[in-house]
Design a protein. Structure first.
Lengths: 136, 130
């Protein structure tokens, strides 16, 4: 079940590929097409952050079971400069890249669970999950 | 993946056929703005029906297209945002504020026709009053 799908992120093509693979996995896991789009949008934001701030990294995708819930877990890892102030980076409109500053906070709103671990110079790991209740 | 841009009368229609990378979106922006001048277009329609996801970069680029086209004398309307895509956009906090939207290509064309009509009437009004 918990087979992991790894997508390296080194170019904007990989951003598209990561969100498409996320959507496919979400479809296989039984998520609605609305949820599939939400998951794909969140992956797109997080994958672009890797590209923008760290240049390279990877996204891992897998499904998990938790009681009567099915989950899709997205982990985005990079060894880039890290986020000096995670709390601030999670605020709407805060950006150090000249973007809209909606990537991280937006992705957090799209997903059910959202966790950022980052240290300056040590890279960033974003773990986000979407859950659905299993029927029958 | 280059987006085909069709010319129909005074309008340009960019019909997105598949998922686009950031570079594709930027390329579309440059091509549209260049063609607004080349063809003296008065309206631009971007059909996003086939777009799988509208994330912050896509929204920023579409907003830039609309604002840049307006500075060049053309009105832009975004058509075909799918229900799930609209839902995800709202959750992300993306609004396309200041950019016209319409349900589909047909509504988009009707919108641009109305805009053009209004412009004509405003001009006539000024002439009569003056």
């Amino acid at each position: 079940m918990a087979e992991e799908l790894l997508v390296p992120i080194t170019s904007d093509l990989d951003v598209v590929s990561a969100r498409q693979k996320g959507r496919e996995l979400a479809a296989v896991a039984g998520f609605s097409s609305g949820d599939q789009t939400v998951i794909a949008a969140a992956i797109s934001e997080i994958a672009r952050n890797i590209l923008m701030y760290a240049k390279r990294g990877e996204i891992s995708l897998r499904t998990v079971l938790n009681g009567d819930l099915d989950g899709l877990v997205v982990v985005a890892r990079d060894l880039g400069p890290g986020i000096p102030d995670v709390a601030r980076a999670l605020q709407d409109g805060y950006s150090t890249s000249g973007g809209l500053g909606l990537g991280l906070p937006g992705a957090r709103r799209l997903m059910d669970d959202f966790d950022v671990v980052s240290a300056p110079g040590k890279g960033t790991t974003v773990t986000m999950k979407k859950w659905r209740r299993r029927h029958a | 993946m280059e987006v085909p841009i069709l010319k129909q009368g005074l309008y340009l229609i960019a019909s997105i056929q598949s998922a686009l990378t950031d570079a594709d979106l930027s390329q579309l922006r440059e091509a549209l703005i260049e063609r607004v001048g080349k063809f003296r277009a008065r309206g631009v329609i971007v059909d996003v029906t086939a777009l799988d996801v509208m994330d912050s970069f896509a929204v920023r680029t579409l907003r830039d297209i609309a604002h840049m086209a307006r500075l060049r004398g053309a009105e832009t309307v975004i058509v075909g945002i799918q229900p799930e895509v609209a839902f995800a956009m709202v959750q992300l906090g993306l609004t396309l504020k200041g950019v016209s939207t319409a349900l589909d290509l047909e509504e988009g064309l009707a919108f641009l026709d109305r805009q053009a009509q209004d412009r004509v009437e405003r001009t006539r009004g000024r002439i009569i009053r003056g």
